[in-house]
Design a protein around this ligand. Sequence first.
Ligand code: CO
Length: 137
Amino acid sequence: MESILGELNHVAIVVPDLDTAARRYRDVFGARVSAPLPLPDHGVTTVFVELSNTKIELLHPLGDASPVAAFLARNPAGGIHHLCYEVDDLGGARDRLVQAGARVLGDGEPKIGAHGKPVLFLHPKDFDGTLIELEQR
Ligand code: CO
């Protein structure tokens, strides 16, 4: 069977303090780190750490209804929040996964993600405790 998984687009880590986390990646690892980018529609502020083969997204809650606020409350020291895989055909991937019994979060329709491309999230209980984001390539 042909794999629907493309490249690893990013690993997202929820952090208790964005400036501290960004400084650590920049000063300790010497990594290329973006300025903080507030994404009010997504309820997060992000810092991107650019690696040669993928990205790390440092996430911190923004606003009252942040989707990562509960995660940070449960994991006050921060933690890995999700993995994002690229797919060639998001709708086709969704249909195949639903047919295989996986649950898509929300109403099942793709939303425009943090990089301006359609994304879907898959229920972590269906993937060994890992929240998975699929992003249209
Ligand atoms: Co993401």
